[in-house]
Design a protein around this ligand. Structure first.
Ligand code: SAM
Length: 246
């Protein structure tokens, strides 16, 4: 039986094809990352039923490479809390913020104004809304209410990135995970390239990773048929921008 890094048996999870075993997290060694499930191993990181949850193995790989036990990790847009759970499993301290806290250990705050002092944090992970694809909450501060076809989305994200740079200690790392946006009949929004431009104003690039998307939409055959007929592409990957604060 495969054992998790903490010696536990991998548990089961629900997927589009019924119940299957969640594999243990895998160290990624190229710039193309892939893993079959949102959660890994015996624990439960975040909520796999939360729309827009980050694949936990992405955060696991980042914390393994760019942090040490005891380091402080901050997720300013914490969603279902995946970062908090991965950090706890790896013995890192973590603070999670969100305008619409999903759990009690996530603090209410706007990612553009965090209650954290300057130069305090060892790693920042951000998985923001990608335009208006998901309705996260009724909170008017939610950046998921801003369409990436207009300038307001990028203006808001510029402040989120500035705030991440403010709280991060010098000579430490952060990562931003995002997807471009395309809706049938609407303009393509190259969110990844735009946000990378904003990141470069404050950080040095370390690497760019393409993370294979394995969401339920991509498993539906009719979505692929429609994409072929309509001559457009479904989003097959997310960007993971890994950055360094000089
Ligand atoms: C893609 S989800 C994050 C998913 C999360 N990493 C997880 O694994 O569950 C984006 C989150 O950003 C939050 N959000 C949107 N605007 C925000 C803002 N101005 N400040 C803080 N959080 C915000 C949303 O409420 C949502 O929970």
């Amino acid at each position: 039986m495969e054992k998790s890094p903490r010696g536990r048996k991998p548990s089961r999870t629900r997927g589009t094809h019924g119940v299957y075993r969640k594999p243990n997290p895998k160290v990624q060694t190229t710039t193309l990352w892939d893993f079959p499930s949102q959660q890994y191993g015996a624990g439960g990181q975040g909520d796999q039923d939360y729309r827009g949850a980050t694949p936990a193995y992405v955060i696991w790989n980042l914390l393994q490479r760019y942090t040490n036990p005891g380091d402080l990790v901050v997720d300013p847009m914490c969603g279902s809390g995946t970062t908090l759970d991965v950090a706890a499993e790896l013995g890192r301290r973590a603070l999670g913020f969100d305008v619409a806290p999903y759990r009690e250990d996530i603090q209410p705050a706007d990612a553009r104004k965090l209650p954290v002092r300057n130069d305090q944090v060892d790693f920042v992970f951000i998985d923001p809304p990608y335009s208006t694809h998901i309705e996260y909450s009724d909170d008017p501060r939610c950046i998921g209410k801003l369409d990436a076809a207009g300038p307001e989305y990028y203006a808001a994200m510029a402040v989120v990135i500035k705030e991440a740079a403010r709280i991060l200690k010098p000579n430490r790392y952060m990562a931003l995970y995002c997807s471009d946006s395309y809706r049938k009949g609407k303009p393509f929004c190259p969110i990844g390239f735009e946000l990378f431009g904003l990141l470069r104003e404050r950080f040095e690039p370390v690497d760019i990773v393409a993370v294979t998307r394995r969401n339920r939409t991509l498993m539906r055959r009719h979505y692929h048929t429609e994409a072929e007929k309509g001559n457009y592409f479904l989003r097959g990957f997310n960007y993971l921008f890994i950055m360094h604060k000089p």
